[in-house]
Design a protein around this ligand. Structure first.
Ligand code: COA
Length: 173
């Protein structure tokens, strides 16, 4: 298995991870976003030309008042540059075989590269409640909610992993 950038010729039409939103995004919008709008880049885990999973990333920023007070002390007052893991999904029959983790490790390496080139404070992910433990076991923690409001549908948990922890995880491989 190889993890690499999505190519226009990759077949996305039958990808199915069991979550309609993630499937629809990959089938309809991942290519458009990457090749025409330049809103984000997807990385795919492939084997024999079949896409087994994907991770979509984009650079972003994090308002520092969303971090716990203890981490804020040593930071400047302006937003922190971060890498955002916008979507991560593995095809249903291939789940539970380490592919999600392989995609995430690849994203860790990209966060370190972003840091080397432009600066990066860490990785942010808006996780579905059912997937949050997948990230939390690696040290991701939940960011503080700044704005309130009525929540009519299940809200994702915004999780963060600081760059030092990404570096430590990358070194210990
Ligand atoms: C969540 C998802 C990406 C994980 O990918 P995967 O390939 O199935 O996971 P892996 O096989 O790499 O699992 C690595 C480890 O995480 C654990 N894990 C996997 N999914 C988990 C979950 N939802 N909660 C807690 N732990 C999880 C595995 O048990 C494994 O543990 P181990 O190393 O102790 O054996 C995948 O199951 C998926 O696509 N789910 C549907 C879509 C989704 O929820 N995406 C996330 C949106 S934020």
């Amino acid at each position: 298995m190889e993890v690499r950038r999505l190519r226009e010729e990759d077949d996305r039409s039958s990808f199915s991870c069991g979550d309609d939103d993630l499937d629809r995004f990959f089938r309809r919008y991942a290519g458009q976003n990457q090749f025409r709008s330049h809103f984000g880049v997807s990385y795919v885990a492939v084997e024999a030309d079949a896409v087994l999973g994907y991770a979509t990333i984009a650079p972003g920023h994090l308002e520092i008042d969303r971090l716990p007070a203890s981490s804020r002390k040593r930071l400047p007052g302006y937003p922190l540059p971060i890498l955002r893991l916008a979507r991560l999904a593995v095809a249903l029959p291939k789940q539970g075989r380490g592919i999600g983790m392989a995609l995430l490790r690849h994203v860790f390496a990209l966060a370190l590269q972003l840091d080397a080139d432009f600066g990066c404070g860490g990785l942010v992910v808006d996780a579905k409640a059912s997937a949050a433990p997948f990230y939390e076991r690696l040290g991701f923690f939940e960011l503080e909610v700044v704005e309130g409001g009525l929540q009519t549908r299940p809200q994702p948990k915004t999780l963060f992993l600081p760059l030092e922890e990404i570096r430590a995880a990358h070194k210990s491989r």
